[in-house]
Design a binder for this molecule. Structure first.
Ligand code: T4K
Length: 413
């Protein structure tokens, strides 16, 4: 008898002969290519390619307006933006962060020898559980970094209250949350500073890019210096700094992307609704919700697989999808606490992070964005529904004989 695992392995190997095109999570939205080329022509004519150029300044102004903040400091990516914001804010010692995030959040601290202390998350919002933050505070704690996972705002008011009472600095990794609101306010103005990512995979992108937004004049001025080696005018370095500058090509991409931002949101929302319709009332799986009273960019379509009621596991579902060239992702598996160097630093962190552990084993992120159409979603929906209700052979339309390891297996439908 062939085990279920063997069947899944076979399904996985079947991608070798599947003819469907690859469908990615994170395919970039491009916007108007002509507008992009015209900006690129302009920068070629100006011969101004980096170092606080006019397109970067225009991009900063647009991002600050959209986020309703005084300052936007554009950077080469969100990871460096986090590093600079952390340094400029003076964080030291230990900083409380969720482990359910991209590695960059913790790395931006560890890179500067600040210890990330992992806090568990809320099972519904997937954001840092504010009720569990206080017990992690030690005399070395200098701050808290919340992450607005999937673009859904953290429990900002509780975090602000804890930070105020315990004299800690509060910042947000808003890599997923550009253009969104929380309690009706644009994300960007919460805490001391917030950090956006404009990576190619984000719904508004600069190919590579990031930004710190803040209402704090002093912090903004310091970050502008730090992103440019600490130079204050010619030949005068007044801080330790790095090269965190955004270049003009990235800003050209970002400005072009911003012009189509509403269209990208509308497509993402339509895709999200189409996925919703595919899985309505389907036992064992559900999409995470977005609060429709807020503005959402819907850039992540997140499927929750409940292993107690779903006939196949999350990982089997991923393998089925990959076998069909649908490159669904397990963000953020296995949780930063299970990655190096944190895994070695805290081998038992899992015991303190039960919700993180559960969520990392349940989530599937599905493809969306302007490269994904209704027909793709119908197909993805059908594959997932079939995977849950039919045999894997039927779902994947595998041949009658399939090679597993060195032997051929006879398939029984
Ligand atoms: N904080 C949070 C909470 C974040 O999620 C992130 C980044 C950051 C901080 C740091 O921001 P940045 O420093 O990157 O600005 C991807 C992105 O690279 C990363 O930006 C993002 N989060 C993360 C959630 O997703 P990977 O490791 O999954 O990337 P990769 O190479 O597997 O690409 C994803 C998919 O996108 C692939 O299937 C291919 C497709 N793709 C990618 C690129 C770059 C394309 O089709 N075209 C492309 O140009 O991290």
């Amino acid at each position: 008898m062939t085990s279920k695992l063997d069947l899944v392995k076979a399904a996985y190997n079947a991608h070798l002969w599947t003819e469907s095109p690859l469908i990615h999570v994170g395919r970039p939205n491009i916007g108007c290519t002509e507008a992009l080329l015209s900006r690129i022509r302009g920068l070629c004519e100006r011969k101004w390619l980096s170092n606080d150029g006019p397109l970067v300044q225009e991009f900063e102004q647009r991002v600050a307006e959209i986020s309703n903040v005084k300052h936007c400091v554009a950077m080469c990516n969100a990871t460096v933006a986090l590093e600079i914001a952390i340094r400029a804010a003076g964080l030291t010692g230990e900083v409380i962060v969720p482990s359910y995030t991209f590695a960059a959040t913790a790395h931006a601290l560890q890179w500067q020898e600040i210890t990330p202390v992992f806090c568990d998350i809320d099972p519904i919002t997937h954001n840092i559980d504010s009720a569990k933050v206080e017990r992690l505070i030690t005399p070395k704690t200098s701050g808290i970094i919340g992450v607005h996972v999937w673009g859904r705002g953290c429990d900002v008011s509780s975090l602000v209250e804890i930070a105020r009472r315990r004299n800690l600095k509060l910042m947000f990794d808003a890599a997923h949350a550009f253009g969104n609101t929380h309690t009706g306010q644009p994300i960007g103005g919460f805490g001391l500073a917030e950090v956006f990512s404009f990576h190619a995979t984000k719904f508004v992108n600069c190919a590579e890019g990031g930004a710190v937004v803040t209402n704090n004049d002093e912090l903004a001025a310091k970050m502008r210096l730090m992103r440019n080696f600490g130079f204050s005018g010619y030949d005068n370095v007044i801080y330790v700094g790095t090269n965190g500058k955004m270049n003009e090509l990235s800003a050209a991409m970002g400005l072009t992307s911003l012009e189509s931002m509403e269209e990208f949101k509308a497509v993402n929302r339509m895709n999200y609704n189409s996925y919703r319709a595919c899985f309505a009332n389907f036992p064992g799986i559900s999409l995470i919700d977005y609060d429709l009273a807020e503005v959402n960019n819907f850039q992540y379509v997140v499927l929750d697989v409940d292993e107690a009621t779903c006939p196949i596991s999350r990982d089997q579902l991923i393998q089925v999808l990959h076998s069909q060239n649908i490159l669904a992702r397990r963000y953020f598996f296995p949780g930063v606490h299970r990655m190096e160097p944190y895994k070695s630093h805290y081998p038992n962190a899992n015991l303190l992070l039960p919700v993180t552990e559960r969520v990392t084993s349940r989530v599937v992120v599905l493809p969306t964005g302007t490269s994904v159409g209704a027909a793709d979603i119908d197909r993805i929906g059908r594959i997932i529904r079939d995977a849950l209700t039919k045999s894997l052979y039927e779902t994947l339309r595998l041949p009658r004989n399939i090679e597993i390891g060195k032997s051929f297996v006879e398939i029984e439908y």
